[in-house]
Write a protein that binds this ligand. Sequence first.
Ligand code: DGJ
Length: 686
Amino acid sequence: MITVAGATFLLTTAQTSYAFAVDPAGYLRHLHWGGRIDRVGDFEAPARWDLSTNDMLADITPQEYPVHGRFRYAEQCLALRFADGMRELRVEVTGHRVDDDELVVSLADAQRAIAIDLHYLVHEQWDLIERWAVVRNDGAEPVVLESVFSAQFRVPYEDLTFRNVQGMWAAEQHAFTQPVSYGKIVIEARRGISTHHHNPYVVLGRHATETTGEVWFGVLRHSGNFKGIVEQSQYGGTSFQLGVNDYDFELRLPPGGQFATPAVVAGYSGAGLGAMSHRLHAFGRSLMAPGIRDVLYNSWEATGFDVTADNQITLARRAKDMGVELFVVDDGWFGRRGQDSDGLGDWWVNRDKFPDGLAPMIEAVRDLGLRFGIWVEPEMVNPNADLYRDHPNWIHREPDREPDLARQQFVLDLSRPDVQDFVVGTLDQLLSEYDIDYVKWDANRPMSQVGADRDVWVRHVDALYDVVRRIKAKHPGVLIEACASGGGRVDLGALTVFDDFWPSDNTDARDRLDIQRGYSYVYPAKAMRAWVTDSPNFLTQRAVPLRFRFHVAMMGTLGIGADLTKLSDDELGQAAKLVAKYCEIRATVQDGDFHRLDDPSANDYRLLEYSAPDQAVVFAFLPASLLGRRGTQVRLRGLDPDATYRFYAEWRHQERSGRYLMAHGFPLWLQGDYASDVIVFDRVTA
Ligand code: DGJ
């Protein structure tokens, strides 16, 4: 709900409120972000004065969208350059409008003809708000945006805890926390993708655990360069801002031109990190195509670039026997692709590998009753490809330099309309010619050498979204998975147009436990592809039992990536049972609430739960038994306290009330290394 009283604005969701007002000095002053307050009359923004000539109002006032100028030395959201080289901005609020769940507050620098619209969208049902800004040049000369963030947020406390993930290729999404103190914490991406290294969000906690304490969070809906800055102020409180990175960035606004920043989805939880994840997961799922996700097979780890009709059909037959529903042919089927140096950009079928085209293979897969998916990497080109020979100027490069090669490939300049049309045309043709249900959209290198056009970082991402939307408009039933050398493009922007993520090329089940946990803070299990692959794992050389590998992969949307020709009949039988078990619980896994449960044991149990109205599922892992025979006690969450649940544990069927299972729990004891279990709690209907 949006309430406006005079110059005070109050946004209310089911459990939270966000308030700000125009103060006597003309600043749009932030007033409240936290628990729900309904009475707008409770808020006021009394006059304040400079504390000293070194501590001025511009800095001490917590502002919704601080701009460069007027003694503002703390972080600001907007800095620009006018045609005459001047840079000072002096904005004041000029009006507002409310349209259903959206509030727009307008600011303007009348003298310099710059207008800023601050957008606030209230997602009442998810307890979230969404903020973005639109900067418009109403003047007669162009202006250059040097720095333009989506929003600034304020928390009225110091000494908070900052949370994000860190990582690298094949080691993405490792959650970390660090204390916030005086000065700044900065996280960013500079590679044109949201990267394997950090993720575009800020989470600030105050005494936060999974179920208690306060959490303030903002997640950027953008897949490119981003920057998050947390600043603890000498004047009390902590601010953070998120947006497009101003590193190597400039964006020219012609007269009449405007730039809309990506949005930040933000929220407050007074009940710890779990509630934050539930809200973000529900929001994330609402962006995705509806429906339960298939059990998928992907050929990459089995056949690499050496895909042929025969080996894929052999894999598909075995996959079908296991219960797989969707068969995806990965890299290698096109152009002169035999290794990573060739073929990207030539999206015609490789006739050496598929002499009769893809149709016979797709038909064979379909005859097995499987859906069919295919891998593409449309933003890239190899030097050894007809596309590059025909269009050497389509890549990012500096004209007098050797273009940068990474994984033997260049990045196409997707901001060019001809490149966009090429990508849309290619995918349209592929999807029209063949019966394809699913596309894995890869991007295996970062951008570089963007040259003089420093807005390309943003325009590439806008073009990517646009191209994917155009393809989807032509082929509405097709689901598209975002992959960027594993988890290089896991973000809420991508989730807005893609349907699935590949979180990491690391498919080692032990490593995945940490990767998937980090991932789970913000992104829903329904968007987390997880494969069961060979043991020992190709990357880590770690050997892990099949059951443990399955259980880890069953925590997301299950996929199989193992070389099925190497599995024994016994293993295939086991695998088929585990796939069947996944199908029984996948509605709860994919659409339920996710809980990172406590482990009171001195042993290293990892306890995770999904809860839905009629079912809860607990995943328990003991990667290494450190203290011999010590068990743990599992206390569930998210159950109906008054309902009865039936489950199998300690070698017998049991029934307990939801209240008992949440307050007391049940004992669990796993033995040995790489031990795991999945325990299903079915609500007993009266
Ligand atoms: C990187 C992806 O993450 C892998 O899953 C696979 O698709 C390869 N690219 C193919 O080149």
